[in-house]
Design a protein around this ligand. Structure first.
Ligand SMILES: [Zn+2]
Length: 125
């Protein structure tokens, strides 16, 4: 029993770590890691050189504005993954934060960073 539990944890740990690497790669493409704040990324203003005209400047601004929500989404997912990894270390992984019941492993397969079971998730959203 203990052995299968360890395998289960290892499996999700690998899944989460893979996702973490993927997200960090995506973030690295257009952000700079904030060295003062752990886990925070700053979207870089696109650097196409000095804008030659107002069109170029507008393009840079809109690109920057498009990146911000992407940064936010990736950053919060990264935080959820970090929390899930901590839970694995503490042996609290796979337990719903609301009702304390085990989260369906099928749900964890598709969303390994899930904090709540399907029931609680449906209630909150
Ligand atoms: Zn629950």
């Amino acid at each position: 029993m203990e052995k299968s539990n360890a395998n289960y944890k290892l499996r999700f740990k690998k899944l989460l770590e893979k996702q973490k690497v993927d997200i960090e790669k995506q973030l690295a493409a257009f952000t700079k890691k904030d060295t003062n704040l752990k886990g925070d990324y700053d979207t870089q203003f696109p650097d196409f050189g000095t804008p030659q005209n107002s069109d170029e400047l507008a393009q840079e601004v809109s690109l920057y504005e498009n990146r911000l929500p992407v940064e936010f989404t990736l950053e919060s997912k990264l935080q959820e993954i970090g929390t899930a990894l901590e839970k694995i270390e503490k042996g609290k992984y796979g337990v719903c934060e609301k009702c304390g019941k085990a989260i369906d492993p099928k749900r964890l397969e598709t969303k390994p960073e899930a904090k709540y079971c399907v029931k609680c998730k449906t209630k909150t959203s």
